[in-house]
Design a binder for this molecule. Structure first.
Ligand SMILES: NC(=O)c1ccc[n+]([C@@H]2O[C@H](COP(=O)([O-])OP(=O)(O)OC[C@H]3O[C@@H](n4cnc5c(N)ncnc54)[C@H](O)[C@@H]3O)[C@@H](O)[C@H]2O)c1
Length: 247
């Protein structure tokens, strides 16, 4: 297994399915964790679980709305102060509201972009000053970026931009910092509950591996991209979708 002994991670959306699983995996491998989310209760419950599975882990909690540029700056600084710098940023915070374009208000569009796209810019920009040489950024994209997604055009557009942004940032931060994206297919987390209730059977039919992905499987890909095993990988988008992209 990969060791992250003594390395510090800033993780957004840590209260949610995928980043929570990544936080638990990294804690087991010795990482120091700065856990950020808009939902403080979810962070507190994660902190309790980490204390149970990896006693002695150094963990800080950061209540953060990633759509707030000033808050991103403040929390990245707070993290660097507590942990003495940042080795890796995992940016997983996001929303997935359903809306047809014909019924989408300006506010629907702007809110989605503010959280899923502006947030990516704000958090990455704020992290640059603190990231240590040899570190990395992993942004969460989505299969929706490549395939499109019915009733989620705003989400799909934002995730496409997250991929392009990550590739461009990889050029700017090389050779010191690597920047990659992980693009999940359909993963069983709170985010996909509604989608699975409606279209679960069809999605499974179109997935060659014949099942949904787990948050732990996405977490493994994130950890891989942060690790020395991926030391020559930057500007990439790793698809984690059970083959759904092949169809
Ligand atoms: N689950 C999937 O199938 C799937 C597929 C493709 C991409 N993704 C992407 O992976 C990432 C994680 O998804 P997940 O399944 O863990 O979702 P989730 O809903 O379980 O977690 C998302 C987390 O983001 C937090 N959040 C929402 N708005 C925020 C804000 N303004 N500031 C800070 N935190 C905020 C939520 O509180 C939540 O804890 C997201 O970016 C999502 O778009 C997920």
């Amino acid at each position: 297994m990969i060791s992250f002994e003594g390395q510090s991670f800033f993780i957004t959306g840590a209260g949610g399915g995928i980043a929570r699983a990544a936080s638990l995996l990294l804690a087991r491998q010795g990482a120091h964790l700065a856990l950020a989310d808009i939902d403080m209760h979810a962070l507190e419950s994660l902190q309790a679980e980490i204390a149970h599975i990896a006693p002695g882990s150094r963990v800080s909690l950061h209540r953060l709305d990633v759509a707030d540029a000033g808050a991103c700056r403040a929390e990245l600084k707070a993290c660097a102060d507590v942990h003495g710098g940042i080795d890796h940023l995992i940016h997983s915070a996001g929303i997935y509201p359903e809306r047809l374009v014909a019924e989408m208000s300006d506010e629907d569009w702007r809110r989605l972009m503010a959280i899923n796209l502006d947030g990516t810019f704000y958090i990455c920009r704020a992290a640059i000053a603190y990231l240590r040489e040899g570190g990395s950024i992993v942004n969460l994209a989505s299969l929706a970026a490549q395939r499109g997604s019915y009733a989620h055009a705003h989400y799909s557009a934002a995730k496409g931009a997250v991929i392009s942004f990550s590739r461009s940032l990889a050029l700017e931060l090389a050779p010191k910092i690597r920047v990659n994206a992980v693009s999940p297919g359909i993963i069983a987390t709170p985010m996909t509950n509604a989608l699975l209730a409606k279209k679960g059977a069809t999605l499974l039919q179109n997935t060659p591996l014949g099942r949904l992905g787990t948050a732990e499987e996405v977490a493994g890909s994130i950890a891989f991209l942060c690790s020395p095993l991926a030391s020559f990988i930057t500007g990439e988008t790793l698809q984690v979708n059970g083959g759904l992209y092949i169809n």
